[in-house]
Design a protein around this ligand. Structure first.
Ligand code: ATP
Ligand code: MG
Length: 658
């Protein structure tokens, strides 16, 4: 592959490829961290020496086993790798029971509702609630291996439901509460779910979400697969109950708080989670019990440098992998205190996150670039009005974070004292893969820094050689690791072809394009399909988007390619401004300004051929920009993609006309 961009402006701060600001951990951070560069150098050496022994050591140290395993990695069925396969354990036992002896009264969940009311749930109480509910599920005939769909608001009982399934060895599949009945029905059918757990209603940003009604529609489309629907009464909203429906409170009324965990093998599936669908039909990613939990717990401890008095807040919904690994499992296995938030960052106004950080004295805050960009657009000055001094560490996940958004997050939210861990990983990897380690690594805005210990991640060209510094290539994971996807639910063939294509010789191919700089830092450039080829120059969409976002007028940008007779591909940019959407002459003027700006920041080669403005960009329910859809729009193709998961379908027309 050729260099990503040859006409670089080295003065530029905007382009990710030439971002040269470096932020070593502050003295304040170093004074209180428990981890340092030496700890990690030692861990890396240990992993390089013997990968199997390295992970086996961690699995013995961090997890509580019913029956200890005798073998770590088993590669005989590659790429269907197994870890610790002859050991047995229970995930819920590891998240709850084992803390009861040492810290029963420590708060596990601070659950804040949409309306601002908060509930404090200790480890003892959470354990009892999980046992009660698990016994309820058992009374409905749920046994190990059964599939249970969870379609809940982002409340404590969503976590209770997941943990209760884990306690019984039932395989949960959480579906984000914003999905339509059609999407829900597809997942019920694919997973062949026996039970659906929902709430009569949910609230987001003051608006009711009719979860039960959606479940009724979905179950009606699901070939009579579902035997029971359990309904949590979120409030008194009148609800039509059918013969198969049972209230959560009725189900648990007669149960005891004693529910012995069902011991399962390390490889027993803990859950199936359908991917976001940014690039196509969602895949039913199947995760294991032990390997998955080890990845979630170990990465939580390393990346977030967990300390006993931390208040952790990951803003992801449990409908996404981030809400699995860094809400439902990792922090609980680590015995941490965490915030669970039902609402949205912009209700009642765009200071909600900052208010909550102040109120709950959050010390570690983990959110997504989409939230950061929208909060910059709606109130860049609001963080300063709150006491955010409890924060010591910030995190980002889900999409590349544009350097300018990073700088705002660092200075305005973090007060220049908190390292930012920009964590690259996927539903399929189960836990974080690339991230700076706070205290051990200087950060660079827009870079995910390095692989965590025990992971061998590489960037290869088409000949399978590691790319030279600043050359784009394909991100691959060379060796198996405990938390990796085990298969796609009922589709092992797609699993092999999607992630282990023959031309990559057995390596896991992530589908993302990336590069390393001279210091070895990793930079994610976008999805492999998103890298553009303009007149023989390979341009990462991320690079051009970040240049656009560096312009003070721009809130968000998405870049895609359109076939072009002369240049091969032409750059098309979809832009949302911080102010009003321009029209007529004002739009033409703005287009000229932005084209010149990109030309200056990156070089003439990257200048968009076409720029369109809209009030918002099309995003998946998890907040990711849907470039696949934008590509069709840029090409003027009819839209054939499933847009049912779009958060804001109305803006498609604006983009087409723009
Ligand atoms: P689908 O696989 O169905 O298209 P998806 O890839 O969006 O959906 P996820 O598993 O939720 O589903 O997202 C993982 C992807 O998100 C990564 O492959 C990468 O493209 C992007 N991503 C996540 N974190 C980061 C990050 N810190 N920096 C850059 N990209 C990131
Ligand atoms: Mg993906």
């Amino acid at each position: 592959m050729t260099a990503v961009s040859s006409t670089a402006n080295t003065e530029s701060h905007a382009s990710v490829l030439h971002e040269n600001r470096v932020f070593p951990p502050s003295a304040a951070y170093l004074a209180q961290t428990t981890l340092n560069a030496d700890t990690f150098a030692q861990l890396k050496r240990e992993a390089d020496l013997d990968l199997d022994a390295f992970w086996s050591h961690r699995a013995r140290e961090l997890l509580t086993w019913e029956k200890p395993f005798t073998q770590g990695l088993d590669e005989t069925q590659a790429p269907f790798y197994q870890w610790f396969a002859d050991g047995t354990l229970n995930v819920s036992f590891n998240c709850l029971d084992r803390h009861l002896g040492t810290q029963p009264d420590k708060v596990a969940l601070i659950a804040e509702a949409d309306d601002g009311s908060a509930e404090y749930i200790t480890y003892q109480t959470l354990y009892e609630r999980v046992c009660l509910f698990a016994n309820g599920l058992k009374s409905l005939g749920v046994v190990a291996g059964d599939r249970v769909i969870i379609y809940m608001p982002m409340v404590a009982n969503a976590v209770v439901a997941m943990q209760a399934c884990a306690r019984l060895g039932a395989i949960h599949s959480v579906v984000f509460g914003g999905f339509s009945s059609k999407s829900l029905a597809e997942r019920i059918i694919d997973a062949e779910a026996k039970v659906v757990i929902t709430a009569n209603i949910g609230y987001r940003g003051g608006k009711p979400i009719e979860l039960k009604k959606t479940v009724d529609e979905a179950v009606a489309q699901s070939n009579n697969l579902v035997e029971h629907v359990v309904v949590w009464a979120r409030d008194q909203t009148e609800t039509i109950m059918q013969a198969r429906d049972i209230w959560w409170h009725d189900l648990t009324a007669q149960q005891t708080t004693d529910c012995p965990p069902v011991w399962v093998s390390a490889e027993h599936p803990l859950f199936i989670l359908y991917t976001s669908g940014s690039t196509g039909k969602p895949k039913g990613v199947q995760h294991s019990s032990a390997g998955y939990l080890l990845g979630a717990l170990q990465s939580f401890k390393w990346t977030f440098d967990q300390q006993p008095n931390d208040v952790f807040w990951c803003t992801a919904d449990v409908g996404w992998i981030t809400g699995h690994s860094y809400v439902a499992y990792g922090p609980l296995a680590a015995g941490a205190t965490q915030v669970v938030f039902e609402g949205v960052p912009t209700f009642p106004d765009a200071s909600r996150f900052w208010q909550m950080i102040e109120k709950h004295k959050v010390s570690i805050f983990y959110t997504a670039p989409t939230a950061i960009r929208s909060l910059i657009k709606l109130g860049a000055d609001l963080p300063a009005k709150h006491d955010l001094s409890s924060l010591r560490l910030l995190g980002s996940v889900g999409e590349p974070i544009n350097p300018e958004a990073w700088i705002w997050y660092y200075n305005v939210v973090g007060g220049g004292r908190c390292p930012i861990v920009d964590t690259w990983w996927q539903t399929e990897t189960g836990s974080q893969m690339l991230t700076p380690l706070p205290g051990a690594v200087a950060t660079k805005p827009g870079s995910c820094a390095f692989p965590l210990p025990g992971l061998s991640i590489n960037i290869l060209d088409e000949a399978l050689h590691p790319t030279a510094p600043r050359e784009a290539g394909t991100l691959v994971i060379e060796r198996p690791f405990p938390s990796m996807v085990r298969t796609l639910w009922r589709d092992p063939e797609r699993f092999k072809t999607a992630y282990f294509p023959e031309e990559f010789g057995g390596r896991y191919v992530a589908g993302d394009s990336a590069m390393r700089d001279e210091d070895g830092y990793f930079w994610i450039l976008g999805r492999t399909d998103d890298v553009l080829n303009v007149s023989g120059h390979r341009l990462g969409t991320m690079e051009i988007e970040s240049a656009l976002v560096a312009n003070p007028l721009v809130a968000e940008a998405a870049v895609v390619g359109r076939p072009d007779e002369v240049t091969g591909e032409a750059v098309v940019a979809f832009v949302t401004l911080k102010g009003e959407r321009p029209t007529g002459d004002a739009a033409l003027e703005m287009i000229k300004t932005l084209k010149a700006f990109v030309g200056q920041e990156i070089g003439a080669i990257a200048r968009p051929a076409d720029i369109r403005f809209s009030d918002a960009l099309p995003k998946t329910r998890s907040g990711k920009i849907m470039r696949r859809l934008l590509r069709s729009i840029a090409r003027g193709d009819a839209i054939t993609q499933d847009i049912s998961t779009l958060e804001n379908p109305a803006i498609i027309k604006q983009l087409q006309e723009g």
